[in-house]
Design a protein around this ligand. Structure first.
Ligand code: SPD
Length: 279
């Protein structure tokens, strides 16, 4: 009998993949953790039965959560990643030689351990000396942080339910802003404008209340509900499309998804998105 793994979203949308086999299935202190080998998407990670990443389309997500920020921020020496336990986001950040330190704050150590073992193709340089891993709550980390400001903060959380809910709320964005350089850039994953339209609009508007500008941008991620996904670029002074040509072309040369045309085009808003954000 064929084996399938489905994500069901809100009881109304289902996306399933036919499996070759299960590689890991366990429960951490926080959530269920599964890694499966699928017929079409390669190996994939699911948390609480929601797809998080797959070999097939992880580059879309990880390149696009990182490169719009890292090619436009005036300084990229100090980068903070909240979440991102599979390591794809820090892998992309560590491609920049200008980055001197990356702190990754992930709540669930099991996610990192399982991804190190079962998703080796992600090629995460876990031993890079610039990377510090902290296993703690990102919300508390930023609330209590009193060190030097970060140049870039990337929020690679799961969907806004359970322990991740606070990553999409005003008190967290205010803490993040306090810990960010005045001319720093924050990018967060911000859900689907189709499958999660009201969450998407609420999160963008919440970011707009904390930052001078917060511009959503769009990336196809076939693994996620509806396939149309968003990130939002928030800053008090930086123009999201004004990338440094030298940084961007260097990244483009070895990227699977990101290039300079995609960077510019990703910020174009379909009319239904304009309408959602105008309400
Ligand atoms: N519905 C999926 C939301 C996933 C957000 N984070 C994915 C982790 C990839 N590093």
């Amino acid at each position: 009998m064929a084996l399938w793994f489905d994500e069901t979203y809100a009881g109304k949308i289902r996306f399933g993949l036919k499996l070759k086999r299960s590689l890991f299935s366990g429960k951490s202190e926080f959530q269920s953790v599964d890694v499966v080998e699928t017929e079409e998407f390669g190996r994939a990670l699911a948390l609480e039965d929601a797809w998080m990443t797959s070999e097939r389309d992880e580059a879309h997500y990880h390149e696009m959560i990182v490169h719009p920020a890292l090619t436009t921020a005036p300084r990229i020496k100090r980068v903070l990643v909240i979440g991102g336990g599979d390591g794809g986001t820090v892998r992309e950040v560590l491609r920049y030689q200008e980055v001197e330190s990356v702190v990754m704050v992930e709540l669930d150590k099991m996610v990192v351990d399982v991804c190190k073992e079962h998703l080796p193709s992600f090629g995460v340089p876990w031993d890079d000396k610039r990377l510090s891993l902290k296993f703690e709550d990102g919300i508390a980390y930023l609330k209590n942080y009193s060190g030097e400001p970060y140049d870039v903060i990337l929020i690679d959380g799961s969907d806004p339910v359970g322990p991740a809910e606070g990553l999409y709320a005003s008190p967290f964005y205010e803490s993040a802003k306090r810990c960010l350089a005045k001319d720093g850039v924050l990018v967060s994953q911000t859900e689907s404008p189709i499958a999660m339209a009201s969450d998407f609009a609420r999160i963008v508007k919440t970011l707009r209340a904390s930052f001078v500008r917060a511009e959503p941008y769009f990336v196809p991620i076939p693994l996620y509900p509806s396939g149309m996904w968003s990130f939002t670029y928030a800053s008090d002074s930086i123009e999201p499309s004004a990338f440094d040509p030298a940084r961007a072309s260097k990244i483009e040369a070895s990227a699977r998804y990101y290039n300079r045309d995609i960077h510019r085009a990703a910020f174009a808003q379909p009319s239904f998105v304009r309408a959602l954000l105008a309400r």
